[in-house]
Design a protein around this ligand. Structure first.
Ligand SMILES: Nc1ncnc2c1ncn2[C@@H]1O[C@H](COP(=O)(O)OP(=O)(O)O)[C@@H](O)[C@H]1O
Ligand SMILES: [Mg+2]
Length: 485
């Protein structure tokens, strides 16, 4: 790109400037409706070009036909009708980014939705950019703590990882994402929560929760709500990603929640069908995989000589009747670095967060897990899955040897340990404490019903104790034994 700021280039440009008449393309709107417009007379329009309509509203080129151009509308406007004149703006869509966005609620174009002044940002970034090249990337090696016992011990996430939250509606996916954002308090992670096609009541309650827990200090919320133009819903995840990119490139750690990409896919399908693009599987356009992978490829951990920042992504996807083999869920499973599967039956049985531990994996987060946690939790996933199997087996009335009965009792205690209320993320030191206590058999004789209260007391004790991940195991154990006695 030319360096516009230097004087030389400016004089060069002035020398090359020719006065005289010039040809400007002028298009006309053929028809408008459902958030799109068909336009005639813009032969040199290119994909993603930003268009200026005569009435002051804007659109973006989304489809190139032989004699006409399909555009998505970016603003509601009553004056936009057939016959409205339209020009190419010569720009592509970009949004304001920067620290002024912290604590703000914006639409996917960066317009404020919180009733305050437009954020005062000096920098703008395009919504759609190429992801960082391989050489600019580094391995994921620092943990990102969610505060969720199951995730932080058995399905650990690292900064720069893309971890899918998958499950039926109402299984607690948004809750887990929100808890994770709340838990970033004091962790030096800038968060971006992108709400795509959500009901206004969900938007309001999400904002209330974030405010109530003081999370807005380090969070930006991007909203393309259910009512919004489909074009805005379509752009919302890219906008959230661009906002995070700004901080990532400045060496900061960021976390983006995309809630959710199923709705995003529906919106994309809707727009594509309206614009008569050929439908593919499940009537989605053929490039939906490309769209989502391009988005999630922008999440990464940058190498130290590229600033060392990171963008962790928690995309959310919805399944129906637990069917993870549907088109959009399988796409996203294959694009991400692992998935947390939330199960409707577990939720109904009272096991919350309703994470199906057997079906959840983190393909890269283990490398970022703290060695102390890894050491204590390494065997736990397998043991727990064996316990679940054993439990099913004993339902048929099989008689148990003593060792089996012990395993069963331990498993039942562990299941109670792993339950966790919403809006109650817990620190990693606490996870270490209960892991040691459990591994040392300090809870072996406990009735499952007593576990919750015991864990509450332990949490308080750990928070006051000042012990941490660097404290020697012996010291932890002595303290825990003394506390139990
Ligand atoms: N760990 C939990 N403990 C108790 N209630 C929960 C928990 N997780 C979620 N819920 C409740 O379950 C309901 C659905 O959760 P939500 O996160 O909105 O689901 P989803 O985003 O998957 O549709 C909410 O009312 C929420 O308060
Ligand atoms: Mg939700």
């Amino acid at each position: 790109m030319a360096d516009h700021s230097s004087f030389d280039s400016l004089t060069r440009r002035l020398d090359q400037y020719r006065l005289g008449p010039r040809l400007v393309e002028q298009g006309r709107v053929l028809s408008v409706g459902d958030g799109i417009a068909w336009i005639q007379g813009l032969p040199s329009a290119a994909m993603d070009d930003l268009l200026d309509f005569e009435d002051g509203s804007r659109g973006m080129v989304f489809d190139l036909g032989k004699n006409r151009v399909g555009a998505i509308l970016l603003q509601e406007s009553e004056n936009l009708t057939a016959g409205t004149v339209v020009h190419r703006s010569g720009r592509i869509l970009n949004i304001p980014v920067g620290d002024a966005l912290l604590g703000r609620v914006v639409d996917p174009l960066g317009n404020p939705l919180d009733g305050l002044d437009p954020p005062d940002c000096r920098t703008r970034l395009p919504l759609d950019t190429l992801s960082p090249p391989i050489i600019a990337r580094d391995f994921v090696q620092t943990p990102l703590y969610t505060g969720c016992k199951i995730v932080d011990t058995m399905i650990p996430i690292g900064r720069g990882q893309r971890q899918l939250l998958i499950g039926d509606e109402g299984t607690g996916r948004s809750t887990l994402a929100l808890d994770t954002v709340i838990h970033q308090q004091g962790q030096n992670v800038h968060c971006i929560y992108v709400l795509i096609g959500q009901k206004r009541s969900t938007v309001v309650s999400t904002l209330e929760t974030l405010r109530h827990y003081g999370a807005m200090e380090y969070t930006t919320v991007v909203v393309g709500e259910a009512f919004a133009l489909p074009g805005l819903k379509y752009l919302a995840p890219m906008a959230g990603c661009a906002i995070a990119e700004y901080w990532m490139r400045r060496g900061l750690d960021t976390l983006v929640v995309y809630d959710d990409l199923s709705t995003h896919a529906y919106t994309y399908r809707e727009l594509s069908l309206l614009l008569r693009r050929p439908p593919g599987r499940e009537a989605y356009p053929g490039d939906i995989f490309y769209l989502h992978s391009r988005l999630l490829e922008r999440s990464t951990r940058l190498a130290a000589d590229h600033g060392g920042g990171s963008m962790t992504a928690l995309p959310i996807v919805e399944t129906e009747q637990g069917e993870i083999a549907a088109y959009i869920p399988t796409n996203l499973i294959s694009i991400t670095d692992g998935q947390i599967y939330l199960d409707r039956n577990l939720f109904a049985s009272g096991f919350r967060p309703a994470i199906d531990i057997g079906r959840s994996v983190s393909r890269i987060g283990g490398k970022a897990q703290h060695p102390r946690i890894k050491e204590e939790a390494g065997q736990m996933k397998l043991d727990y899955l064996q316990f679940l199997e054993l439990e099913v087996f004993t339902r048929f009335g099989a008689k148990l040897e003593e060792t089996m009965a012990r395993k069963l009792q331990r498993g039942r205690v562990l299941r109670e340990i792993l339950k966790q209320d919403r809006l109650h993320p817990q620190p990693i030191e606490f996870h270490l404490a209960w892991l040691i206590a459990f591994n040392e058999g300090l809870l072996d004789e406990m009735a499952p019903a007593e576990v919750a209260a015991w864990m509450d007391r332990l949490e308080r004790h750990v928070r006051e104790s000042g012990l941490g991940l660097e404290t020697a195991r012996e010291v932890w154990l002595t303290r825990l034994r003394a506390w139990v006695a």
